[in-house]
Design a protein around this ligand. Structure first.
Ligand code: HEC
Ligand code: HEC
Length: 246
């Protein structure tokens, strides 16, 4: 296990590097920063090149198996989630089979690891991200890997793809006040969203990741700081919304 001191130092170092230390007492800034840093790290995990404002690399990721479905799609095969899964379990999770399967292991084994080691790993010959991302952004996704993963197996029944322990009535109230402005009460907005939110519940791991961490390069909120209960309630409600896309 990594010590609190190491994490404190790690975060303090880049709270300083972000210039976020103002009149706020250091301890408060650090606790609050932890949540937003892990959320941003989660969005980097989702689609890093969008978050850092770059185009995706033009050539396939060298670690992506050439015989798999997304081998010719660098926009997909450079995303952390494409190799390691929305549930962070890689070949041991939802990507064990189907079009997204790669045989690559998850990142779940690194939960609790030293984030500094994760940064080193992201610069290694497998990942080659050292020239593509700033250290600060690598540190954010490393903190997500080390401290910010959601143990989705606790909340999602893989066989039925349903959420456990959510209260749909409470979730409706949360959804209508937090999400409906952008997504519509029936979950069919915005118009360019490929599938309605109801239909997206066919992949509850992705929905959970996005509600906890937010959507890359969009103004969508991250609910990470509220804990898991509101997330489960909202997902129970979304599961009742129409599956049809307008
Ligand atoms: C093209 C596929 C691919 C992409 C994209 C990718 N990785 Fe990896 N990753 C790998 C492979 C392959 C390994 C080595 C697995 C092994 O040792 O068997 C690995 C290992 C890891 C590990 C160590 C897991 C462990 O328990 O040893 C972490 C953490 C990790 N990757 C994080 C990330 C993050 C964060 C991103 C996005 C910034 C990312 N990876 C993007 C293929 C990928
Ligand atoms: C400020 C506007 C805004 C709010 C508020 C918002 N979202 Fe989003 N959300 C977006 C946008 C924009 C996208 C990207 C849509 C697309 O793919 O075109 C998105 C994407 C998503 C996705 C992934 C869909 C996809 O195709 O990638 C999910 C799931 C989602 N939102 C759920 C929620 C939930 C649940 C809430 C409330 C807790 C919420 N959103 C609040 C704007 C918002």
């Amino acid at each position: 296990m990594i010590s609190r001191i190491t994490i404190g130092l790690f975060v303090a170092a880049f709270v300083l590097s972000l210039g976020a230390v103002g009149s706020v007492p250091q301890s408060t800034a650090t606790a609050a920063e932890m949540q937003s840093i892990m959320s941003e790290g989660g969005r980097i995990y989702d689609k890093w090149y969008k978050v850092v404002g770059e185009d995706a690399p033009k050539k396939a990721h060298p670690a992506y198996p050439a015989d798999k479905k997304y081998a010719k799609k660098p926009k997909s095969n450079w995303r952390c989630k494409e190799c390691h899964g929305w549930d962070y379990m890689g070949k041991d999770g939802a990507y064990a089979s189907g079009k997204h399967s790669t045989g690559i292991k998850g990142i779940n084994g690194m939960a609790g690891a030293d984030p500094v080691k994760v940064v080193a790993l992201l610069k290694d010959d497998t990942h080659r991200l050292g020239d593509l991302m700033e250290d600060e952004d690598l540190a954010k996704v490393a903190l997500f890997v080390a401290q910010g993963q959601t143990d989705m197996g606790n909340y999602i029944d893989a066989a039925s793809k349903s959420v456990k322990g959510g209260d749909a009535a409470k979730g409706a109230a949360y959804y209508n006040t937090i999400c409906a402005n952008c997504h519509g009460r029936d979950g069919t907005m915005p118009k360019d969203m490929g599938k309605s939110l109801g239909a997206q519940m066919g992949n509850p791991w992705e929905v959970m990741h996005k509600i906890v961490n937010g959507q890359p390069d969009e103004k969508m909120p991250s609910l990470r700081a509220f804990g898991m209960q509101p997330v489960l309630d909202i997902m129970a409600h979304i599961a009742t919304l129409p599956k049809k896309t307008k």
